[in-house]
Write a protein that binds this ligand. Structure first.
Ligand code: SAH
Length: 242
């Protein structure tokens, strides 16, 4: 699995790879899929949901960490995950952040993930049942936020509000089946913002990364895109109401 992430996809973040190496992915997948736990694909975890492909987990983790020069664990910091699913991504994050808060809308999955994480001894992961669109107000602000379900329109406002200044949010975003892996960095100095001048301006950082600056709510964000991915949908509270 590690070799595939490094050689096939070219993700060379040794810190992320060393954490992936330590976490037993087979413990997070249903028994019938254990033999396939380290294969290069997502797996069914029940209730129509999936545990993401290992590369996707590795990339999202990398994007959360690599926002600053030098990639180091962020032990004093708090991360919020939306979409606990199996608990695997939360387990990875628990080795890199001080505290992991994770929200899952399907109660059975949340309970199962909680049990798995407890049995494996992850004590700095806190699982809550509910819709992640409201964030986790009591624990905010967060240094990082990761949404592991596909966002159709906009990042929920509360999640942006609960992000610290200088913080990073990673989410797959876009209409329809293809989602673009997107990283938002909340800028510390919104004062330099000039309506109409900076908005939507694109700066090419490298072949793969396109950066633009946008204003969302009361803050400015640097936005970068990292390719197309497929995710189960992010469910809004209003979707489940009759
Ligand atoms: N991170 C997970 C995989 C997530 S799959 C892992 O490591 O296994 C996406 C998950 O997001 C699903 O379990 C789905 O139920 C959940 N989800 C979708 N919409 C949500 C919402 N609004 N709030 C919280 N969880 C949500």
């Amino acid at each position: 699995m590690i070799r595939v992430i490094r050689d096939k996809y070219g993700l060379n973040n040794n810190l992320v790879l060393s954490v992936l190496e330590k976490i037993p992915r087979e413990k997070f997948v249903p028994r019938e899929h254990r033999a396939a736990a380290y294969e290069d694909k997502p797996l069914d975890i029940g209730f129509g949901q999936t545990i993401s492909q290992p590369y996707t987990v590795a990339l999202m983790t990398h994007l959360l960490l690599a926002v600053r020069p030098g990639v180091a664990p962020r032990k004093g910091e708090k991360v919020l995950e939306i979409g606990t699913g199996s608990g695997y991504q939360a387990a990875i994050l628990s080795k890199l952040f001080g505290k992991v808060y994770t929200i899952e809308i399907i109660p059975e999955l949340a309970r199962r993930a909680k049990k798995t994480l407890r049995e494996l001894g992850f004590r700095n992961v806190f699982v809550k049942i509910g819709s992640g669109e409201w964030g986790w107000e009591e624990q905010a602000p967060f240094d990082a936020v990761v949404i592991t379900a596909g966002i159709e329109d906009e990042i929920p406002e509360r999640l942006l509000e609960q992000l610290k200044s200088g913080g990073v949010l990673v989410a797959p975003v876009g209409k329809g089946y293809d989602k673009v892996m997107t990283r938002y960095v909340k800028l510390k100095t919104p004062a330099y913002w000039h309506e109409g001048k900076t908005q939507g301006s694109k700066v090419k950082v490298s072949e793969e990364e396109v950066t633009k600056i946008v204003r969302l709510g009361g803050s400015c964000y640097q936005i970068q895109e990292f390719g197309t991915f497929h995710f189960v949908p992010f469910v809004k509270g209003s979707d489940t109401l009759d």
